[in-house]
Design a protein around this ligand. Sequence first.
Ligand SMILES: Nc1nc2c(ncn2[C@@H]2O[C@H](COP(=O)(O)OP(=O)(O)OP(=O)(O)O)[C@@H](O)[C@H]2O)c(=O)[nH]1
Ligand SMILES: C[C@H](OP(=O)(O)O)C(=O)O
Length: 204
Amino acid sequence: MDVLVPFDAREPKTRLFPVLDTDERREFARVMLADVCAAIAATDREPTVLSTTDVDTNWPVVVDDRPLSDAVNGAIADSDRAVAVVMADLALATPESLERVFAADGEVVLVPGRGGGTNAVLTRRSDFRVDYHGVSIRDHRKQAAAIGVEPTTVDSFRLATDVDEPPDLAEVLLHSDRAAATWLREHDITPAVSEGRVTIDRGT
Ligand SMILES: Nc1nc2c(ncn2[C@@H]2O[C@H](COP(=O)(O)OP(=O)(O)OP(=O)(O)O)[C@@H](O)[C@H]2O)c(=O)[nH]1
Ligand SMILES: C[C@H](OP(=O)(O)O)C(=O)O
């Protein structure tokens, strides 16, 4: 199985702008990437970072500057093995949660993200095509139907929680003990409550 971790190294995590400046977003994105890759490696599979530009990691990197879906679809079409795609912002991912995906039955396995996204995919069909952005979980169900496949769904709190917006940082602080959570604590970011919802505070 090929395990791809798409990574936008250029200007990652722009939606975290209210809390982190540009350099911090870049650094934090790399810390999450390292956590995700380490969790994949702990399942005895080697991650390959599919990055927009070269990036310094402990793992093999393939540089492809095409848009996300084109880069992933190119990799699926070129591979003669099953391909798993695990997003680099899944800071709560653990080896156990990922193993559920890698071991799931079915020709196409989808892991929904909160907000309509698709946080991980496993395809054993080289004619399956991804279509990210927008309501991608709905689009991926359609893509599976188009090749005659009923997709398997893996329902996982840890994998559904991608880190896109400031309140997602609170989930990292509350549910992870890995490098991304440590990085946030070192940058004085703590959970807080606003209008009954968990969000974050940043000390000055
Ligand atoms: N290879 C590649 N990866 C991408 C690209 N765009 C996003 N990604 C990665 O795909 C995953 C999900 O993307 P997003 O949640 O939109 O992440 P992002 O683009 O860093 O964040 P925003 O700027 O807030 O949209 C993350 O792992 C990104 O690093 C791209 O054009 N190419
Ligand atoms: C790539 C995109 O991620 P999101 O913007 O939902 O985090 C998606 O899953 O379609």
